[in-house]
Design a protein around this ligand. Structure first.
Ligand SMILES: Cc1ncc(C[n+]2csc(CCOP(=O)(O)OP(=O)(O)O)c2C)c(N)n1
Ligand SMILES: [Mg+2]
Length: 274
């Protein structure tokens, strides 16, 4: 598990480094999924960085596509493309646009950014694989604000009806969306009970505990239902000054003040774990 913790720290470091150097980006929601990505790309998913389209791979759809930087960091660390390329984020001609694009980036399996659509596509991918009798798994990461979209609930309804035991949805439940706290805007209520009532196999975990996330995925894999993992997370996790505060969704320019100290602290944590 230490390796996964290190991987998550590296994802946070690369993410903060590229976004602060670029001077704009979705910091909060990228930092909250670092641990889940570390478990997926550090242990659970089958993939080949030298052959991103390998037909035996598992698929990940980052339905909250604005958090591409965290996923790019995981992919670069695992060798899908050179790590230096991360610094081209969102620049003209880059293969790394702010939101994920399957036609540009090695390792990205679905173009996302319009909230709600990604998980809908992931459902179709899981259904297609199931119909063909293939063993690949499909993972999707959605946001809590995103879960206000109708398409999310169509997916929640259809996946159990189609018996998609090859489909695992992870909800990055960081309790914040673009413009405030989700409970103040349109609460999801008891989302675990809702998912269960729709027919999913549900696990409720600390979304920053890599061992718990790993265990949750194992349990979902064993279940004969689609899996729903509620990741209880903190938006901005890893940069203490930005954790769970309003205004941490996307930062620009001066809002990055203090990032060097945050990066130094993360690098120190990483060194202590080597
Ligand atoms: C359909 C759609 N409406 C609005 C937006 C603009 N938008 C981008 S991120 C975001 C907030 C999403 O909140 P959440 O899903 O909780 O993401 P996180 O907290 O993980 O950043 C919004 C409204 C969008 N990308 N797509
Ligand atoms: Mg959120």
């Amino acid at each position: 598990m230490d390796e996964l913790k290190r991987f998550a720290l590296e994802i946070r470091i690369e993410t903060l480094n590229m976004l602060s150097r670029h001077g704009f980006g979705h910091v909060g929601g990228s930092l909250s999924i670092a641990d889940a990505l570390a478990v997926l790309y550090g242990k659970q998913m089958r993939y080949d960085p030298k052959n991103p389209k390998w037909e035996g791979r598992d698929y990940l759809v980052l339905s909250k596509g604005h958090c591409g930087p965290a996923l790019y960091s995981a992919l670069a660390i695992k060798g899908f493309f050179p790590r230096e390329e991360l610094l081209t984020i969102n620049k003209l001609g880059t293969r790394l646009p702010s939101h994920t694009d399957k036609n540009l980036t090695p390792g990205i399996d679905m173009t996302t950014g319009s909230l709600g659509q990604g998980v809908s596509c992931a459902l179709g991918m899981a259904l297609g694989l199931k119909v063909q009798g293939k063993p690949n798994l499909v993972y999707a990461i959605i946001g809590d604000g995103e879960a206000q979209e109708g398409q999310v609930w169509e997916t929640m309804l259809i996946a159990p009806n189609k018996g998609l035991d090859n489909f695992i949805v992870l909800l990055d439940n960081n309790r914040q969306q673009l413009d405030g706290f989700t409970n103040d805007i349109s609460s999801l209520g008891d989302v675990c009970k809702k998912a269960e009532a729709f027919g999913w196999f549900v696990v409720d975990v600390d979304g920053h505990d890599v061992a718990a996330i790993d265990q949750a995925i194992e349990e979902c894999k064993r279940s004969d239902k689609p899996g729903f993992i509620n990741l209880n997370t903190i938006k901005g996790k890893g940069w203490p000054a930005k954790e769970a505060v309003l205004g941490n969704h996307a930062l620009r320019g001066a809002a990055f003040e203090g990032v060097d100290e945050a990066l130094a602290d993360l690098r120190r944590q990483l060194e202590e774990m080597q």
